[in-house]
Design a protein around this ligand. Structure first.
Ligand SMILES: [Zn+2]
Ligand SMILES: [Zn+2]
Length: 408
């Protein structure tokens, strides 16, 4: 029996095959790999095409027969190993992949992602998103408004990710930052997208200033958001008259005065100068979130409430990781699972110092503080008074946890 030569077994492919692929994402994927092969050649590294591979000496009929017994993802992967295989197997393997559905296609993309340092798999879009173009994929507001919404933006919106984190956070940005970190590549820009510098908001009679920052510590992503509200010093209770607070999918305060209902200590305007926060950090029992509420007098400029919270999002290797999934309001089956972690560990990991050493007013820059203490432009609405009278306390803060009074 004679062994057929490579040329008789597998026809050589000399033209760009990518335009022949009907499915746009597969066409894009193949172009990516063609670029990869060219790069390997220019770096002097061997590729499947360059070696006299035994598999290339097999008759094509035999290879096709073998493919009937291997997973669709393996067949598709083989068809992308070189131009020869691509030429012979593309219709069979890539069409099978297309017909196999989204989860199989994602499985295939995850195989490819391992060799693509600049890309992450987006399971919602069923595509590879380039990290170097992170801004285009991070948030809808950061791109051209005429662009159609990506499936991952819709997924973040419908799963309540903003409620579990904050407005600047996205699942795609998170995974891009973590992949770049694991590959020891530049990730400063992606991390920056996951936070925000001082954002200011005015309302009738009060002002709000907000910052958010993301940092990777010991292989996990930690974020910190701080909201500062300032009200006129003439107001007896140093809380805005309007708005609520969301800490995580499990703890929220429908109105500012709900803080009192949950046992958070709120000083009056006359007490604020000497007020000391004895409750410290409060943690959520269902996700890796810690927060604290502090108050500070700025004299005649007003009285401020500082709400600071820290979150541990995990390693970002898998969208099903509990640290990430527990932030999604839509995930009923896992969101109320109890989690145990050392009190203060989330804050300490972010700050890289003991939680007790964190100074709540140390995040504000000189300019932030100056902006915060300038005159509030719009007057406090007449006839509206913030009072804690009549608000029944249902919880107490005990050892850093919110405990229902009826359970005591
Ligand atoms: Zn996407
Ligand atoms: Zn929570």
């Amino acid at each position: 029996m004679t062994t057929p030569s490579t040329s008789s077994a597998l026809p050589q492919f000399s033209m760009d095959p990518a335009p022949n692929i009907k499915c746009p994402f597969l066409r894009q994927t193949f172009r990516l790999f063609r670029f990869g092969v060219t790069r390997l050649r220019t770096q002097g590294r061997s590729t499947a095409i360059d070696v006299d591979s035994p598999i290339e000496r097999l008759p094509l009929e035999l290879i096709i027969l073998i493919l009937d017994y291997v997973p669709v993802v393996s067949g598709a992967s083989l068809s992308l190993t070189c131009h020869s295989f691509y030429s012979c197997l593309r219709n069979r393997c890539l069409d099978s992949l297309k017909k196999a559905g989204q989860s199989t296609t994602c499985e295939f993309l995850y195989c490819l992602e391992r060799d693509l340092p600049n890309h992450v798999v987006c399971p919602s879009c069923v595509q590879l998103h380039p990290i170097s173009n992170a801004k285009e994929y991070h948030l809808p507001s950061s791109t051209n408004s005429s662009r159609a919404w990506l499936a991952c933006w819709r997924k973040d919106l419908t799963s309540g990710l903003e409620r579990g984190t904050y407005a600047e956070f996205s699942s795609t940005g998170f995974h891009m930052a973590m992949k770049a970190y694991r590959q020891s590549r530049e990730n400063t820009q992606v991390l920056k997208l996951l936070g925000c510098e001082s954002k200011k908001k005015f309302d009738w009679g009060f002002k709000e200033q907000r910052t958010a920052e993301a940092r990777i510590q010991n292989g996990s992503l930690f974020v910190r958001e701080q909201r500062v509200f300032i009200v006129p010093s003439s107001k007896d209770i140093p809380l805005p008259w309007f708005g609520g607070i969301i800490i995580c999918p499990h703890i929220s305060f429908a109105a500012m005065t709900s803080l009192h209902k949950y046992g958070i200590q709120i000083p009056t305007a006359t007490e604020i100068e000497d007020f000391e926060n004895k409750q410290g950090l409060i943690d959520c029992n269902h996700c890796y979130t810690e927060f604290q509420v502090d108050f500070k007098s700025y004299g005649k400029a007003g009285n401020a409430m500082f709400l600071t919270r820290w979150m541990d999002l995990g390693e970002g290797r898998d969208f099903n990781d509990h640290k990430f999934r527990s932030r999604l309001s839509s995930v009923e089956e896992t969101s109320w699972t109890e989690v145990v972690y050392q009190r203060g560990s989330v804050c300490a990991s972010f700050e890289q110092k003991p939680a007790a050493d964190f100074k709540f007013d140390s995040i504000l820059s000189y300019q932030d503080e100056k902006d915060l203490t300038t005159e509030i432009p719009w007057p406090w609405p007449e006839r509206i008074k913030v009072t804690l009278v009549g608000i029944k306390q249902s919880y107490v803060v005990r050892n850093g946890s919110l405990v229902m009074l009826r359970n005591l």
